[in-house]
Design a protein around this ligand. Structure first.
Ligand SMILES: O=C(O)CCC(=O)C(=O)O
Ligand SMILES: [Fe+2]
Length: 259
């Protein structure tokens, strides 16, 4: 990641994202959550980093690709186990789990976002990423141990609604798992999609967010077993791209429409 973001701007711009393509160098599509620019750089990797890596390091692109592939393999298996364990914890049987839109591990779609948050002399005046929820099922976030990620904790007996720093600096060598919109929908609201943001400090921060969700054409709605007879499903079925479009069409964080 250091090597990637340390490249000169004109080299990184060779792989800038283009209209209609999610992969490449540039900001992430959460700008509709905030009118401010983000104090960060991003690089999104879809199915394979090879095409982009060849443009960035024509003579030595394989090292980057090998590291990414190795990481993807390990994290894919962790993410699938995590999603399955979460659904089983809600009372689904193994058989019911297989029938869900995320039951077949080989059919999950994944996207990797590499993030760089450069140090800033006026860290209080900028945000690395504006407040947002992740649109997929879960995101596993690797980080370089520098603080910055905050989650919104709702008002409780202890304090009013506030931003809480995720203790990435005090608990090093950890992953952070964010629950996204589609897990919220699938579980009929039992798992909450977490609103989070990234603040900036005086030290460079790097992170790698790895998102898991269903294939683009698969619709996700509340699982019938979890919707319950009385409550009913709280959300309409939606595809991952459909949800992303709904989010970008509206200003602010959308509440998914109840049926
Ligand atoms: O940098 C982080 O810790 C979080 C990144 C994030 O929220 C995202 O890429 O959606
Ligand atoms: Fe996020």
């Amino acid at each position: 990641m250091h090597r990637l973001f340390a490249l000169p701007a004109e080299v990184k711009l060779k792989v800038a994202k283009t209209e209609g393509h999610d992969a490449g160098y540039g900001g992430f599509p959460i700008s509709h959550f905030s009118p401010k620019f983000s104090w960060s750089e991003g690089f999104a990797i879809g199915s394979s980093p090879v095409d982009h890596a060849q443009k960035l390091w024509p003579d030595d692109y394989s090292t980057f690709c090998e590291v990414i592939e190795e990481y993807k393999k390990a994290i894919n298996s962790l993410g699938c186990r995590l999603i399955h364990a979460m659904l089983l914890s809600l009372g689904l049987s193994e058989e019911e789990l297989c029938q869900t839109p995320v039951g077949d591990s080989s059919k999950l779609k994944t996207v990797m976002h590499l993030n760089s948050y450069p140090a800033c002399t006026n860290p209080d005046r900028v945000l690395g990423l504006p407040p947002h929820t992740d649109s997929g099922c879960v995101a596993i976030v690797y980080h370089n141990g520098i603080s910055g990620l905050q989650v919104l904790r709702r008002k409780d007996d202890i304090a009013p609604t506030r931003w809480v720093m995720v203790p990435t600096a005090t608990v090093p060598n950890t992953f952070v798992v964010n629950i996204g919109d589609l897990m919220h929908v699938l579980s009929n609201g039992r798992f909450h999609n977490v609103l989070h943001r990234v603040t900036i400090s005086k030290t460079n921060r790097l992170s790698c967010a790895y998102f898991f969700g269903p294939q683009a054409d698969v619709k996700v709605g509340p699982l019938s077993k979890l919707a319950g007879l009385e409550q009913g499903p709280l959300y309409k079925p939606v595809t991952w791209p459909g949800l992303q479009k709904m989010r970008s069409d509206r200003a602010g964080l959308i509440k998914l429409g109840p049926k």
